[in-house]
Ligand binder design. Structure first.
Ligand code: FAD
Length: 384
């Protein structure tokens, strides 16, 4: 192979579009792998009540206009997960991107001149085949023998790797004393499925970004008790919409960290939170007023100053505390610096010119991912 792209979200599709559309690589020299069952990148996993327009703006993929599609005019009554999955699916088909899925990349290894991408095929194995292989109705001979057969493995060697694996698979939850003693549910944004799971429950929402605010608004009439806490004061903006393009200070902070190999800062700490009409009304009626972070968790409550600063009952704690880049499978390449991040400039990994990180740091928005596509495809073209 000449190019392997891992991940078919906005970033991976954008790179693939530029590589394939302008015939920089032939069919047989290019492959995209994604571990999810269908199109949509991380969007396919998001909760059903999330609509386009309640998060930030979702930018169209390059070339999407050719299909007569735009997220700006998409149906906002439908779940965002459904719309994005459908549009990405049509995009893949139209540009013949042939994503291989569900293929989970386990590791990328340096093989001298080339890189080796090791993946496993997560397609459920048919019952009949498993029976034929004798996986049912027999005793395991040894303790080490797996109860279910391992997924079939594949290895691909490639000249260049574009890693576009996003962050959804790497949720971040900060540590607080007493976490393990909590008798209720810890729920991260990535596990949030349905507001009904919290009906008549006491819920504490942690986080200062759009997801936390969205959860507060959804839970208002459902939860028995609702508390919002944020690790830093909310930086409310006077405008109504997040202008990701204009959030240049936040993007610059991300870029600075990526270029110097530091761990990436939280995006929301640099952008602030716009006050849409819905949010402004929530602040007005006292719902969206965040308390400072609690400092201890007990079985059924969270406490401030060990209880002296008050407490709030909790059956569930929703951690809307963000994500980290999903790069575990790249660890054999030793790209990570001692300072905690990977040094990346213009989408290219500084320590290995064969490796590109699309959607990383300053590119971690749909508009940034589009830019990454063009930037990375150009660099690959120059080196091929
Ligand atoms: P993803 O969409 O996460 O795609 C990564 C793909 O890689 C996935 O399909 C995954 O299956 C695959 N993958 C991961 N690891 C592996 C592996 N080891 N092997 C094989 N495949 C793998 N941005 C905006 O611009 N506007 C918004 O409104 C907006 N709303 C958001 C709302 C939420 C709740 C969150 C969490 C983020 C939001 N963002 C938004 C950020 C946005 O998701 C990203 O900018 C963009 O969609 C990410 O695209 P991506 O291609 O980098 O990653």
């Amino acid at each position: 192979m000449k190019v392997v792209v891992i991940g078919a979200g906005q970033a991976g599709l954008s790179v693939a579009y530029y590589l394939r559309r302008f015939e920089l690589v032939a069919d047989e020299d290019f492959v995209m792998l994604d571990r999810a069952p269908g199109p949509g990148g991380a969007w396919q996993h998001r909760w059903s009540s999330l609509r386009l327009g309640t998060a930030h703006r979702v930018n169209d993929l390059p070339g999407m206009a050719e299909l007569g599609l735009s997220f700006d005019t998409a149906d906002r009554t439908l779940p965002a997960k459904q719309v994005v999955a459908e549009y990405y699916g049509r995009f893949e088909e139209h540009f013949d991107l042939r994503v291989r899925r569900p293929m989970n990349v386990r590791s990328v290894v340096n093989e001298g001149v080339d890189l080796r991408v090791d993946s496993e095929d997560l397609t459920p194995q048919p019952m009949e085949e498993l029976k034929a292989k004798g996986f049912f109705g027999r005793r395991r001979k040894t303790f080490e023998e797996p109860a279910v057969p391992p997924a079939p493995r594949h290895a691909i060697t490639t000249q260049f790797l574009v890693n576009a694996t996003g962050t959804w698979g790497s949720p971040f939850v900060p540590y607080y004393p007493g976490m393990a003693d909590f008798a209720g549910r810890h729920v991260h944004t990535s596990d949030y499925a349905d507001v009904e799971d919290f009906r008549d429950r006491h819920v504490v929402v942690v986080g200062g970004g759009t997801s936390a605010i969205g959860f507060m608004l959804e839970l208002e009439d459902v939860a028995a008790g609702l508390t919002w806490v944020s690790r830093r004061p909310i930086d409310w903006l006077d405008r109504q919409e997040m202008d990701l393009e204009g959030a240049s200070a936040a993007v610059a902070l991300q870029d600075e960290a990526a270029r110097s190999g530091r761990a990436l800062p939280s995006i929301v700490s640099g952008t602030g939170v716009p006050k849409s009409r819905r949010i402004a009304a929530g602040i007005e009626r006292g719902l969206l007023v965040a308390r400072p972070m609690f400092d201890r968790i007990e079985a059924d409550r969270v406490l401030w100053d060990g209880g002296e600063g008050g407490m709030a009952r909790a059956d569930a704690i929703i951690w809307a505390t963000g994500f980290r880049p999903e790069l575990r499978h790249l660890s054999p390449l030793k790209l990570r610096e001692k300072s905690g991040g990977v040094t990346v400039g213009q989408g290219a990994a500084w320590s290995d010119p064969r490796v590109f990180l699309a959607g990383y740091g300053p590119q971690a928005s749909t508009i940034g991912a589009n830019r990454a596509g063009r930037m990375i495809a150009r660099q690959i073209m120059a080196m091929l």
